[in-house]
Design a binder for this molecule. Sequence first.
Ligand code: 6PG
Length: 229
Amino acid sequence: MQQIRRWHIYASTDELENYAAGAVRRAAKQAIEAYGGFNLVLAGGNTPRGVYARLAAAPSDWGHWHIYFGDERCRPQGDAARNDRMAREAWLGRVPIPPAQIRSIPAEMGAVEAARRYAQILAPLEQFDLVLLGIGADGHTASLFPGRSLDGAEVLAVLDAPKPPPERVSLSAARLSRARQVMFVVSGEAKRGAIAAWRRGDSIPAAAVAPPAGVDILLDVSAWPECCV
Ligand code: 6PG
């Protein structure tokens, strides 16, 4: 499916993070009212930290939130490099989402076994309500990297990631696309090249995430390339 893209540019990282946190809250309210629960996939890396901190700062109907992860690095539980540790420190450890509703990727088991198990965890869920993603300078998203498989299974074992650590687990582009909403949050000059490639129509991994309703790309002006100003 061709990726439908909507670009949203913010004058500062602060504005970007405020809007992104508000969009997550609105999606949660809508899903909980309509379906009784909110199934959210978290992005890894550093960019979402400020968004997660904003989510921790405001009350919500946390008992109906169900948290998943788009990817995880194969490091021991609690390791500083883990995406779920960042999310817990910035947000999940500060709000009363029932622990059973926070479904970390068991990446400490190694990529192959963790991918198998996470696919089982996801199997009952037809589609996510909202998927949050970041993008790397090379156009990767989650742990889907250029020149490597983006699909082929719901959850992929990645053994040769160019961004350390090499061993990771990632939801596939197809699984990430099975969502009502997909929102990329992008900040910083380092991402200008990836955004320019994306706008040129290059087949970067981020462009392979193509949910029926399209994707919303939220970025601050520092990530917006001159070519598009
Ligand atoms: C990861 C992330 C990855 C991240 C991008 C951007 O595990 O590394 O899932 O896809 O979103 O690399 O990372 P930053 O937000 O740190 O720039």
